[in-house]
Write a protein that binds this ligand. Structure first.
Ligand code: ATP
Length: 361
């Protein structure tokens, strides 16, 4: 296992990049802890696979360097980097049996035959494939084939890192949950450095200790699932994480108040922001509530209320803006016009999409 350092790394598929927009991966400097479980999360085309392929050695970055435990590996092959990779679609040998597929990466590296037997048996149990050990891989379902692919990566205990590129896309939903739990278990047990690419926030948040959120080629935040929820550094993180995502409302700022649709909203701190910038107030649906009769609040119009099981989601209109509010179970909603209270301490002020720092009194 290794600590992986990215130093001023950037990549453009264009041979002569002219502007920032020509880079599929904008500059990133980061140290991945030895033994950490990371997820690379973001929408299609944001640069996740590009970054993963640079770490694995399938792609040479146009700028910067990559180090494993202090050694520069920028120009080394995946084999030389001793990396295991699991791709979106199964990479297995159809003519071999399930057990032979799992043995192959170990035999190839000269691991002792008794040790191979032990690890393969263990992996068969882990993947729930013991009864298929001697079946030819070509007879298996897509799920089972992908489980073998995962197993082929995971049997190698000596790797510097295991990289997963959307490995559960072809797996059915129930099995997805099981395999994700299994991966987490294996991570806790063997302590491999694992980097897992996905565009699914549930997958990222349940698998990773730290989530690297990417947007348009840029790493916009790296944090624990809790940090991404509690304190999004970028409007995209607020919007992408959470269900529904953070409300993002254009506003002006006046000291410790924001002015939204002509209404004043108290903030948890004072802000000094450049009026010429694009300024927005970010507040999660969890931190807005309907006012009690005696309370002041902002006047809103309820457009719809959806029951999603654990709670309801109210869509309300505040001036020209639409907001989502999570309504706890058991709370009555009667008339169509209401007042809402926004939790000042949970408000974020975003300047050109980046979170501004407020000064608390
Ligand atoms: P997905 O989830 O769809 O796989 P991603 O987040 O992994 O997307 P990348 O595949 O890294 O994104 O792509 C980032 C950008 O680089 C995209 O605009 C894509 O079109 C472009 N790109 C990727 N591979 C190449 C290539 N070989 N040549 C040119 N452009 C590429």
């Amino acid at each position: 296992m290794a600590q992986i350092k990215l130093d001023q790394l950037a990549h453009s598929y264009d041979a002569n990049p002219q502007t920032d927009a020509d880079f599929a991966l904008k500059q990133i400097d980061y140290e991945w802890d030895d033994g950490g479980a990371y997820a690379l999360l973001g929408p299609s085309g944001c640069g996740k696979t590009t970054l993963l392929n640079i770490i694995s050695g399938l792609l040479t970055p146009s700028r910067g360097s990559i180090q494993f435990d202090g050694n520069d590996v920028t120009h080394r092959t995946p084999e030389e980097r001793n990396i295991a990779q699991v791709f979106q679609f199964p990479v297995i040998y159809d003519t071999m049996t399930v057990a032979q597929n799992l043995e192959f990466p170990l035999a190839n590296r000269g691991v002792d035959s008794r040790e191979i037997r032990k690890r393969v048996d263990e992996m068969l149990v882990t993947l729930d494939l013991t009864d298929k050990a001697n079946s030819r891989a070509q007879r298996l379902t897509a799920d089972e084939k992908q489980k073998i692919s995962l197993g082929r990566g995971l049997v190698r205990y000596d790797v510097n890192a295991i990289l997963f590129d959307e490995p559960l896309t072809v797996i059915d939903p129930h099995m997805k949950w099981q395999l994700r739990t299994k991966l987490k278990e294996l991570h806790d047990r063997f302590g491999h450095t694992m980097i897992y690419v996905t565009h699914d926030q549930t997958e990222a948040l349940t698998f990773a200790d730290k989530v690297v959120v990417m947007y348009e080629g840029e790493v916009v935040q790296i944090g624990t699932p809790e940090e991404l929820f509690e304190r999004p550094d970028h409007t995209f993180v607020g919007y992408f994480i959470g269900s529904p995502g953070m409300n993002i409302l254009p506003c002006k700022v006046d000291g410790a108040q924001a002015i939204v649709a002509g209404h004043r909203v108290a903030l948890g701190g004072r802000y000094h922001v450049d009026d010429r910038a694009r300024i927005e107030l970010g507040i999660r649906p969890e931190f807005i509530r309907f006012a009690k009769t005696h309370e002041h609040g902002l006047p809103v119009w309820i457009e719809s209320v959806d029951d999603v099981g654990r709670h309801r989601i109210a869509k309300v209109r505040l001036g020209d803006y639409q907001l989502n509010i999570i309504v706890p179970e058991g709370q009555e909603l009667s008339a169509t016009d209401h007042r809402i209270v926004i939790d000042a301490d949970r408000c974020g002020i975003y300047v050109n999409d980046h979170r501004a720092t407020g000064v608390t009194a």
